[in-house]
Write a protein that binds this ligand. Structure first.
Ligand code: AMP
Length: 294
């Protein structure tokens, strides 16, 4: 595995691969790898000739009162895991590379960014869209892999790629979960043991709503009631939103007539977690091949 920390060197590598006619897969991340990241890398490895993973903790997607400074960073462990996942290249730019002095241009992600995470985290999706546009421009992949765990982000990135004519395909990858159902997230590391137990309520809420959907319930307020019922039964959970939304517009639904996603966000202690499921989709617990070991 090669590691590049400058844009120029990474571009030289990509250009050579492209000249050889290779199919290039890209997995953008903020590092602190867990099985969710590795599932993306494995999928890219299975699909593509050359796989590039970036690690960049993007300051512009963190709010002033968020955890940019304390976000977990461990390049040595991440490099080992990326190597074991047979990644070809790790791209680890610095903040100055991505946002050099004088940098001004940002990407507005449009109305998909207004609700849910966008409302709770003003500026977050502009930061995500801006860094994705920059990384896509640098890496110029054929395919880019994103987790369904961050469903709103996935939809925004799909739109960004189409609207700015990047010409690559966005591949969604199912959410990897721990044995207790919790969606793997670098932020789970912040949870106290009590909050960790309590945070399984996000998964339990989604399972309950999904079960009602599978039984035939299509009234979105009833399905949303299932989400709330589980979360409100959990004293440590501070619920931020529960929603049943259209899979593409992310607008809340009255009745589920076509595909819908159930989304939840809650705080456990100081840690804010999100989760979602496509209604009607089986919700597997255990992450494929177990957890990432460092
Ligand atoms: P992050 O490092 O948190 O920015 O995540 C990098 C990529 O990994 C994003 O596309 C996320 O959606 C994806 N991801 C994060 N957690 C999971 C998970 N539990 N399962 C699948 N993909 C995930």
């Amino acid at each position: 595995m090669r590691t590049f920390n400058t844009i120029a060197n990474l571009r030289t590598f990509v250009r050579a691969a492209r000249q050889d006619g290779k199919l290039i897969g890209f997995v953008p991340t903020m590092g602190a790898f867990h099985e969710g990241h590795l599932a993306l890398m494995r999928r890219a490895r299975a699909d593509c000739d050359v796989v590039i993973t970036s690690i960049f903790v993007n300051p512009s997607q963190f709010g002033a009162d968020e955890d940019f400074e304390r976000y977990p960073r461990d390049l040595t462990r991440d490099s080992t895991l990326a190597q074991r996942a047979s990644i070809d290249a790790l791209f680890t730019p610095t903040v100055d590379h991505i946002y050099p002095a004088g940098d001004r241009t940002t990407v507005d992600a449009g109305d998909l960014a207004h609700r849910w995470e966008g409302e709770a985290r003003p500026g977050h999706f502009s930061g995500v869209a801006t860094v994705c546009a920059k990384l896509f421009q640098i890496v110029d992949p054929d395919r880019a892999y994103f987790g369904q765990k961050d469903y709103q982000q996935l939809k925004i990135v799909e739109r960004l790629s189409m609207d700015l004519f990047f010409g690559h395909t966005i591949i969604p990858v199912p959410t990897a979960r721990d044995a207790d159902g919790i969606a793997l997230s670098s932020r789970n590391a912040y949870l106290s043991p009590e909050d960790r137990r309590s945070a399984t309520s996000l998964f339990r809420a989604l399972v309950a709503a999904n079960a009602r959907y599978v039984e035939g319930e299509r009234d979105a307020s009833v399905l949303r009631g299932e989400l709330l019922c589980v979360l409100e039964g959990e004293p440590r959970a501070k619920v931020e939103y529960t929603a049943i939304v259209d899979t593409e517009s992310l607008e809340p639904l009255d009745a589920v007539t076509d595909k819908a996603v159930a989304m939840v966000a809650a705080r456990f202690g100081t840690t804010r977690l999100i989760d979602n499921t496509l209604l009607g989709q089986t919700m597997g617990k255990r992450a494929e091949n177990g957890r990432a070991k460092g």
